[in-house]
Design a protein around this ligand. Structure first.
Ligand code: ZN
Ligand code: ZN
Ligand code: FE
Length: 749
C-alpha cells in the first residue's frame, strides 16, 4: 500500500540518508524506486525501508535485482507516469496521527484546535474521493485552494504534509458550522464549544464525521439516551459510544492487550468489550447485554468534542431505521428531521458513504462484524490470480465484491436491502467499486434466493453470465479466502437463514466444500418456522414449534406452563400453522434454534432486532461452564446426516422443571452445540479423510461458540480456520461468491 501514505517522500528520505542516488516514481504497476551506491549503503537502505515504513504503508514483498549503473547525480522524486493507476491502491481513511494530535492541542501551532488537521500519515482518504488517481483535484478538497503556507508543506518532500491531498488550515480549508433543527445557522464564535454545551444539556446532535453523520448524546445521561432511542425508534439495540482515551475505555470496560491494539489502530473500529458496572455510562446504552461497543476518536473534530464533561458520547450512525447513513448536509437535515436538535456540520463533502466498522477479539485474534470505514478499500490478497468477477452479495448486512487479478475488493457495508434508500446505496456503492478498481466485470455472481434484491439486480445489469451461488457454500469459501487456503475442507456454516438447494431455509450446515462445489454432508434437523418472518421477530413461535415436534399432543400443556403463548385460541392457531406449515418455511438454521431455546427458558418471547434473543442467550452463558445435553445423529441411506436435538430439548425442559438456573441451561446449550460441531466434523473426517475445518456464518459472532469450537476441534486434531479479515456474517458472502464464480470460470465450468 503505497498511495496517499507518504511513500515516495519516505523513499526519498531513506535514500538521501544513506547517501544513495536514483529515483522514485508512481507507475501503473505501483511505486518504482532505483537506488545507486556502494553495496553496504544499498543494504542499509533495504533494512531502513522495513524498519521505518510510514504508519499507513504496507509492504507485502521486497525483491532485489541488480541494475546497470546510471551514474545519477542525486536522488529525485519523478512525477507520476500518467497512464493508468488501477494497480496503485487507494488507502482507507485513517485516524488522526499522534503528530497531528499534538499540533491540534498546541496553542502556538497554526492549526490549534483546527478540526480538519491531517497529514500523509492520517486523515480522510476513500471518503473524499471522487475519481482516481488519488489527487487533490479528484477529491472534495478540490474547492479549497491551498494557501501559501499549506502549499509549501504540500510541495516539500521533507515535510510531513508532502502531497497530503486533504492538507488544510484555518486560512484555506473547510470550516465548521452549527445549524439548528430547521437547518438555520446558530450564531456562535466557537461551534465546538457551543456543541459541547448543547450535548451536556441533553440535546441530540448530528455530527458530521468521515463516512457519514453520527447522532450523538451524552452517554452518561439516561434521559438523553432515552430521547435518542424514542426518536430513532430504536428500542434496545446497543448504541456505540466514543471515549477520549484508552484509559477512559478501561474505566468502563475490560480491555485485553489485543483489544487495546484494535481500539488504538489507525482503522479505529468500534470494539465490543465486556462492560464494567462503573455507573459512568447509562444502562440504556446497551441494555441486557454484557458488552459495550466502544471506539476512540478518529477525526480531529471528535478529539475536540470529547470534552472533560463527558465520560463518553453516544455515536450512532445517523439514519432512520433500515436506511443507510446520511452523508450530505441537506440530506441529513431532511432525513433526520424530528431526531436531531442541532447539526454540527462543515463544508467538506463526504463522497463515499462508509459506516463505522465493528470488531471483537476472539481466540486472541481481531474479528470483524462489519468491515467498512478504516478498512475499505484495502483489498484482500488472494492465493492466486482470478478472472474478473463482480459479486452482489446477499440481502442482509450485504456488501459487493470485485475480483481483479490477485486482489479482492470488498465494498463498504451496505446493510439490509429493505428500503428504497438502501437500494439506492446498493447501486451507489456498485458504481464506486467499479470506479476505484477501474473495472466492470462481465461475470456476475449472486445468491440462489429468487427474492433477494441483489439476485434481481443481477438480471438487470449488463452481463455475459450470471452465476448463482448457494449461500452457505459462499460462507465457507469466504472463510477459505480469508485464510488463503484452497482444496477440499470440512465446512461448518452456521447462521440464521440462507436459501438451500432444496428450497428450504438452511443455516446449520455441515458441508464438504471447495472453491467450485460442495456436498451437504449433514444438517441440523428441520424445524417449522411458524409464520416465517414473524417467527424471527417472535422467538416464542419457534419455541412452540420445538415443543410441538418433541412432545406431540402434550405440547399445549407445556406451552401454558412456560407462559409461551397468552391464550388457548392462539395455542390452537399456532398448532394449525405448525402442522399445516401455513406460510411457514422449514429451517435448519442454528440461529433459529438459539431463538427457540431463548424463548423456551423465558429469556425472550419477542425481540426488537434480529439476533437479540441469541445475543442474550450468549450473554447469559458467558463465564459459566456446564456439561452438554444429549443429542442424536441420524443417518438413513444416502441422505445427509441429521442432527436430532430432541433429547436436548427434553433435557432442557427437565432442567427447567427441576429449577435449574437459566445460566447453567444456557451454558449447557452452548456446550451441546460445540459438541455437535466436533462430532459432525469427526464423521466427515471418517468418511473423507479431510482434516481442515472452516467455520463461517453469523453464529460465529458468538464468542463462546467460536472459541469453544476452535478449542474443541483443535483438541480433536483438526486444523481450524476462522474469519479475521471479513465478517463471518453475510458481509462476507460476496467474497465467497466472487471466488466461487471465478474458480468455475477458470476451470471451464
Ligand atoms: Zn497526521
Ligand atoms: Zn492553508
Ligand atoms: Fe448467512
Amino acid at each position: 500500500m503505497v498511495q496517499g501514505v507518504g511513500f515516495r517522500p519516505f523513499i526519498y528520505r531513506v535514500a538521501v540518508k544513506n547517501g544513495l542516488t536514483g529515483f522514485v516514481q508512481n507507475r501503473p504497476e505501483g511505486v518504482v524506486a532505483e537506488v545507486e551506491g556502494p553495496s553496504a549503503f544499498v543494504d542499509a537502505f533495504g533494512a531502513d525501508i522495513r524498519l521505518e515504513l510510514p504508519p499507513l504503508a504496507c509492504i507485502t514483498n521486497i525483491e532485489c535485482t541488480d541494475l546497470e549503473i546510471r551514474h545519477d547525480q542525486n536522488f529525485q522524486i519523478i512525477p507520476s507516469d500518467a497512464k493508468g493507476h488501477a494497480d496503485v491502491h487507494i488507502t482507507p481513511d485513517s485516524a488522526t496521527c499522534p503528530d497531528c494530535l499534538q499540533e491540534l492541542f498546541d496553542p502556538t501551532n497554526r492549526r490549534f484546535r483546527y478540526p480538519f488537521i491531517n497529514c500523509t500519515n492520517c486523515g480522510p482518504r476513500l471518503t473524499i474521493i471522487n475519481a482516481i488517481p488519488y489527487d487533490r483535484a479528484n477529491t472534495s478538497m478540490a474547492c479549497f485552494p491551498l494557501c501559501r503556507e499549506c502549499l509549501v508543506e504540500y510541495e516539500n518532500p521533507a515535510d510531513r504534509r508532502f502531497h497530503a491531498e486533504p492538507n488544510a488550515c484555518p486560512v484555506c480549508g473547510p470550516q465548521l458550522t452549527l445549524l439548528n433543527a430547521e437547518g438555520k445557522p446558530v450564531e456562535t464564535a466557537d461551534p465546538v464549544k457551543t456543541a459541547i454545551d448543547l450535548l451536556s444539556s441533553g440535546h441530540v446532535l448530528a455530527v458530521k464525521g468521515l463516512g457519514g453523520f453520527h447522532l450523538s448524546v451524552d452517554a452518561g445521561s439516561s434521559e438523553a439516551v432515552k430521547i435518542l432511542r424514542t426518536r430513532k425508534y430504536r428500542e434496545e439495540k446497543p448504541l456505540a459510544i466514543m471515549v477520549r482515551t484508552i484509559d477512559q475505555a478501561m474505566q468502563i470496560a475490560c480491555v485485553s492487550p489485543e483489544e487495546e491494539t484494535l481500539l488504538t489502530s489507525p482503522q479505529r473500529p468500534i470494539v465490543l468489550l465486556k462492560k464494567i458496572q462503573s455507573g459512568l455510562i447509562s444502562d440504556s446504552v446497551a441494555p441486557h447485554v454484557p458488552n459495550l461497543g466502544i471506539m476512540l476518536p478518529y477525526a480531529p473534530l471528535h478529539h475536540l468534542l470529547l470534552d472533560d464533561r463527558f465520560t463518553a458520547l453516544v455515536m450512532t450512525s445517523a439514519n432512520q431505521i433500515d436506511e443507510p447513513i446520511c452523508t450530505g448536509n441537506r440530506e441529513a437535515i431532511d432525513r433526520l428531521q424530528g431526531i436531531a436538535d442541532y447539526y454540527l456540520t462543515h463544508n467538506r463533502d463526504i463522497l463515499v458513504r462508509c459506516d463505522d466498522s465493528i470488531a471483537f477479539v476472539a481466540d486472541r485474534k481481531p474479528r470483524l462484524m462489519r468491515r467498512s470505514r478504516g478498512y475499505i478499500p484495502q483489498p484482500l490478497h488472494l492465493k492466486e490470480t482470478y478472472p474478473p468477477v463482480l459479486a452482489l452479495g446477499g440481502q442482509l448486512k450485504t456488501t459487493h465484491c470485485i475480483l481483479k487479478g490477485r486482489f479482492a475488493f470488498v465494498s463498504p457495508h451496505i446493510g439490509d436491502m429493505e428500503t428504497p434508500q438502501a437500494r439506492d446505496f446498493f447501486h451507489e456503492s456498485l458504481a464506486l467499486m467499479k470506479r476505484i478498481t477501474e473495472s466492470d466485470p462481465q461475470i456476475i455472481a449472486c445468491d440462489l434466493h429468487p427474492a433477494y434484491y441483489s439476485t434481481q439486480a443481477a438480471q438487470e445489469l449488463p452481463t455475459e453470465r450470471i452465476i448463482q451461488v448457494q449461500h452457505h457454500h459462499a460462507h465457507i469459501v469466504s472463510c477459505m479466502v480469508d485464510n488463503q487456503i484452497g482444496g477440499d475442507v470440512i465446512g461448518l456454516a452456521m447462521d440464521g437463514t440462507g436459501y438451500g438447494t432444496d428450497g428450504n431455509a438452511w443455516g446449520g450446515e455441515f458441508l464438504i466444500a471447495n472453491e467450485t462445489g460442495f456436498q451437504r454432508f449433514g444438517h441440523l434437523q428441520y424445524l417449522v418456522l411458524p409464520g416465517g418472518e414473524k417467527a424471527i421477530r417472535e422467538p416464542r413461535r419457534i419455541a412452540a414449534s420445538l415443543l410441538r415436534t418433541v412432545y406431540g399432543a402434550s405440547w399445549q400443556e407445556l406451552a401454558h406452563k412456560l407462559n409461551l403463548i397468552p391464550d388457548q385460541v392462539q395455542v390452537e392457531l399456532f398448532e394449525k400453522i405448525i402442522d399445516g406449515k401455513i406460510h411457514s418455511p422449514m429451517s435448519s438454521g442454528l440461529g433459529r434454534l438459539f431463538d427457540g431455546v431463548a424463548a423456551l427458558i423465558g429469556l425472550r418471547l419477542s425481540v426488537s432486532f434480529e439476533g437479540q434473543a441469541a445475543m442474550e442467550l450468549e450473554a447469559l452463558a458467558a463465564g459459566s461452564t456446564a456439561p452438554p445435553y444429549p443429542f442424536d445423529i441420524l443417518r438413513n441411506d444416502d441422505n445427509p446426516y441429521i442432527v436430532d436435538t430432541t433429547a436436548m430439548i427434553r433435557a432442557i425442559l427437565a432442567d427447567l422443571q427441576a429449577g435449574q438456573s437459566k445460566t447453567i441451561i444456557a451454558a449447557s446449550f452452548h456446550q451441546t452445540i460445540i459438541d455437535v460441531f466436533a462430532v459432525m466434523a469427526g464423521e466427515i473426517r471418517k468418511a473423507t479423510g479431510l482434516n481442515r475445518v472452516a467455520l463461517s456464518g453469523g453464529c460465529f459472532q458468538n464468542k463462546i461458540l467460536l472459541e469453544g469450537a476452535i478449542n474443541k476441534l483443535r483438541h480433536s486434531g483438526f486444523d481450524v480456520y476462522s474469519h479475521s479479515q471479513v465478517p463471518s456474517n453475510d458481509g462476507g458472502i460476496s467474497l465467497g461468491q466472487a471466488v466461487i464464480a471465478a474458480s468455475m470460470i477458470k476451470k471451464g465450468m
